[in-house]
Design a protein around this ligand. Structure first.
Ligand code: FRU
Length: 460
C-alpha cells in the first residue's frame, strides 16, 4: 500500500501521519511562525517522543518540515518531551524534557512500565531554526532531581522559558509525591546555567501539573496549566487545560492564583496549550486537540492529533478571553475557502450567515467554513449532524451523531452562564468544530468524525 505524509496543512495543523500531541517551541522567529510538536512517527499512538516541525507565515497555512528533535543521548534516549523556544542573539534555543526509562518492556520499547523513568531538562541551540544538530548541540541544563522537596524525579517537565529584564526564567510542571501538582521556577543570566528559585504547590494543580505557562497580558498575569486527574465523571479525558488570573512577583518568582482555575475550552478535548507573542505583540495560544482514533483516508498515512486555531489571550474586567486570532478572520474574509475540493464558497452555506435557515435555507456544508449567528434561547443549529443550542443561559453542543461508535468519551458540552448574550462564531473543519462565544468569552471545541451534509436552524 502506498502511504504518504502530509507536506502542507491549512487552517488546522494535523499530524503529518501517525501521532501528534502537545505544541512545543511555538515562536515567531526571523519572519516565520515555528511550531514544533510532540510526535511519534511510527504509529498513530503515543510512543517515544520526537519533535515534529512546521512553519507558517500566518498560522493558517503550514508547511511540514519533518522531524527536528529526536533521542540521541543517554539522558533523552526514551523521549524528547515537551518544551518551549526563545530567541537569543539571533539563535533559536529549544528547551525540552529529556526522558530515560529505568525499566523497559521487552515487547514495546516505546512505553515505560509503571511510569518508571527519570527526567532531566535540556536545551538544543540552532543557528537558524531549520538545522538541529541532535548529536552536537544538545546540553543537559537541569539534572534529574533526587530530592522530592525540590522536584519529583520522574514527573518534572515541560520547561516554558521567557525573558524578563536582565534574566531568563523557566517554569516547570511537577508533582509532590504524585499527589499534589506543583510548579517550579528557575532563573538564568545566560539561558544556559540555571538556578532553582522557588515553587508553588496547589490543590488546584491536580495530582501532576503539566505544561505550565505564565505571562503578563493587559496589565495582569495569567497562569495556564494542564492538571492531571481533575475530572470525576468517569469519562475520558481526566486531564484538562485550565487558566486563572494570578499574582506573580518576578523577583522572588512568587506565584499565587487570584481565582479558581477554569477550563480553557468547554469541549474538554483541548489539552497542553502553549502561548507566545505573535508578530504584532499579541499573546497567542495554540493547543493539542485529543483524538480517540486515527483518521484513515485512502492514500494517506493514518493520522491522529491536531492543533486548535490560534487564539488571542486577553483580559477584560477580570475575565480571560480566548478570541480567534485575526489571521483566521483574514483568511475567511478573503473567501479563501472551498478551494481544496475544487468548489467555490457559493456552493456551500453562506459564510457569515447570521440566520442560516432564514437566509440560506437548508444549505450543503462546504468545509472549512465560518458561521456567525446569534442563537437565541430555544433555537438549535444543526451543522452536518453536530447540534448547537442555547438553554439555561448557556450554549450547548452535542456531537453524538458525528462521533459514532466511540465509547467512554463526553458527547456533549456546555459553557458557563452567559448573561443573555449568545453571539456565536463557529469554525467547521473536517475533524474539528470550534465555537467562540461572545468574542471569546468562552470557547467550546469538539473533535468530530464524519461531519457533512447541510446546515440548518430551527426552534427546539
Ligand atoms: C502533556 C504531556 C507532557 C509531556 C508530553 C509527552 O500532554 O504529557 O507533560 O511532556 O505530553 O508527550
Amino acid at each position: 500500500m502506498g502511504v504518504f505524509y502530509l507536506k502542507k496543512d491549512r487552517l488546522h495543523l494535523r499530524a503529518p501521519g501517525n501521532w501528534m500531541n502537545d505544541p512545543n517551541g511555538f515562536i515567531y522567529y526571523k519572519g516565520k511562525y515555528h511550531l514544533f510538536y510532540q510526535y511519534f512517527p511510527y504509529a498513530p499512538v503515543w510512543g517515544t517522543m520526537h519533535w515534529g516541525h512546521a512553519v507558517s507565515e500566518d498560522m493558517i497555512h503550514w508547511d511540514h518540515l519533518g522531524i527536528a528533535l529526536f533521542p540521541t543521548k543517554d539522558y533523552d534516549q526514551n523521549g524528547v518531551f515537551s518544551g518551549s523556544a526563545i530567541e537569543r542573539e539571533g539563535k533559536l534555543y529549544l528547551y525540552y524534557s529529556a526522558v530515560k526509562y529505568l525499566e523497559t518492556d521487552s515487547e514495546n520499547i516505546h512505553v515505560a512500565p509503571g511510569d518508571h523513568y527519570e527526567t532531566s531538562q535540556a536545551v538544543i541551540v540552532s543557528e537558524d531554526g531549520y538545522h538541529f544538530d541532535n548529536w552536537g548541540d544538545k546540553k543537559k541544563i537541569i539534572p534529574v532531581s533526587m530530592d522530592e522537596e525540590v522536584a519529583n524525579r520522574a514527573h518534572t517537565r515541560d520547561p516554558k522559558v521567557w525573558r524578563d529584564g536582565g534574566h531568563y526564567y523557566m517554569i516547570l510542571g511537577s508533582t509532590y509525591g504524585e499527589q499534589t501538582g506543583r510548579v517550579l521556577f528557575y532563573r538564568s543570566k545566560d539561558a544556559l546555567a540555571w538556578e532553582y528559585v522557588s515553587q508553588c504547590r496547589s490543590g488546584q494543580f491536580g495530582k501532576i501539573l503539566e505544561c505550565p505557562d505564565l505571562f503578563a497580558v493587559d496589565g495582569g498575569s495569567v497562569f495556564i496549566g494542564s492538571p492531571m486527574y481533575v475530572t470525576e465523571d468517569g469519562m475520558e479525558y481526566r486531564h484538562q487545560a485550565m487558566c486563572a488570573l494570578a499574582d506573580y512577583d518576578a523577583k522572588s518568582c512568587g506565584l499565587k492564583l487570584k481565582q479558581e482555575m477554569r477550563l480553557i475550552d468547554y469541549g474538554m478535548d483541548l489539552y497542553a496549550p502553549q502561548t507566545n507573542v505573535d508578530r504584532d505583540g499579541r499573546r497567542v495560544m495554540i493547543a493539542w486537540m485529543r483524538m480517540p482514533r486515527a483518521v484513515e483516508t485512502e492514500g494517506e498515512s493514518p493520522w491522529r492529533g491536531m492543533m486548535c486555531l490560534p487564539r488571542v489571550v486577553e483580559v477584560r474586567d477580570g475575565h480571560i478571553f480566548f478570541r480567534v486570532h485575526p489571521e483566521v478572520e483574514r483568511y475567511f474574509d478573503k473567501k479563501d475557502i472551498g478551494e481544496s475540493r475544487g468548489r467555490s464558497p457559493e456552493d456551500g452555506v453562506k459564510e457569515d450567515a447570521s440566520k442560516p435557515e432564514q437566509e440560506t435555507g437548508n444549505k450543503s456544508l462546504t468545509i472549512p467554513c465560518r458561521l456567525r449567528t446569534v442563537l437565541e434561547e430555544g433555537r438549535e443549529l444543526n451543522i452536518g449532524g453536530y447540534r448547537i443550542w442555547t438553554e439555561d443561559d448557556a450554549v450547548w453542543a452535542d456531537r453524538s451523531k458525528v462521533y459514532a461508535g466511540i465509547e467512554g468519551y463526553r458527547l456533549t458540552g456546555s459553557t458557563p452562564k452567559l448573561g443573555g448574550r449568545y453571539e456565536l462564531e463557529i469554525f467547521v473543519d473536517d475533524n474539528l468544530i470550534e465555537i467562540f462565544v461572545n468574542g471569546g468569552q468562552y470557547v467550546l471545541s469538539h473533535v468530530v468524525y464524519g461531519i457533512g451534509g447541510s446546515v440548518s436552524e430551527r426552534q427546539r
